[in-house]
Design a protein around this ligand. Structure first.
Ligand code: E4P
Length: 226
């Protein structure tokens, strides 16, 4: 499983990129708003992320009709070669994805919650599908169970004839809120987990690692003083 960072914060992206495990970034309008960014700076902000990250960077269209989404997507895709256009899983979004896939523009279909949505996204030609986990948990439903159903269903078929350049569609476990979500996403075979910065940090931490490191350091001090 690959790790993407789910943020628009340049500082977080620079730090995570330096750790050597960052394979991509996903942003959304909320995450950009959280940086205090203005509309006029949005395209430059995405360009900057694309320079830092060696991998796909999802930038979301906020248009609501097929033609507007396609127009938006073409502009976003022209910003950098690693831009992936993020489009909500809805009828107009599917139609736009079909057009964009034929043009060779990779799409990440977002706000995906069900197996039929995921299969339709793949058939439309999405390069990535983002089933959300945490938002199911927020309404007291089992987000991991929903994700596992999407992974199993998508893996039943070969969608490569639908996607850009014949690449296989990849599932991004999204709305990930904990290391437990990451563990379960990996066990069920999600291709990617897109993880907020704080959660990504927690994924590398363990109290037994800290305790072990502490003991090694203390014992090494004894060796130096022997
Ligand atoms: C997906 O790409 C979204 O940006 C993201 O994972 C949403 O997560 P949230 O439900 O924590 O806002």
């Amino acid at each position: 499983m690959k790790f993407f960072l789910d943020t628009a914060d340049l500082g977080e992206i620079e730090k995570a990129a330096s750790w050597g495990v960052l394979a991509g970034v996903t942003t959304n309008p909320t995450l950009y708003a959280r940086t205090g960014g203005k509309l006029a700076d949005f395209h430059n902000h995405i360009k900057r992320i694309c320079e830092i990250v060696d991998g796909p960077v999802s930038a979301e269209s906020v248009a609501m009709t097929r033609d507007e989404i396609v127009r938006d997507a073409r502009e976003l895709a022209a910003l950098a070669p690693n831009v992936v256009v993020k489009i909500p899983t809805m009828i107009e979004g599917l139609a736009a994805t079909r057009t964009l896939a034929k043009e060779g523009i990779p799409v990440n279909m977002t706000l995906c919650f069900t197996v039929p949505q995921a299969i339709m996204a793949a058939r439309a030609g999405a390069r990535y599908i983002s089933p959300f986990v945490g938002r199911f948990d927020d309404i007291s439903e089992d987000g991991l169970e929903q994700l596992s159903q999407v992974v199993a269903a998508i893996n039943n078929y070969n969608f490569s004839e639908n996607t850009v350049r014949g690449e296989q569609v990849e599932i991004i476990a999204a709305s990930v809120r904990s290391a437990h979500h990451v563990t379960q996403a990996a066990l069920m075979g999600a291709d990617i987990a897109t993880v907020p910065f704080g959660t990504l940090k927690k994924c590398v931490q363990h109290p037994l690692t800290d305790r072990g490191l502490d003991a090694f350091m203390k014992d090494w001090e004894k060796v130096q003083n022997a």
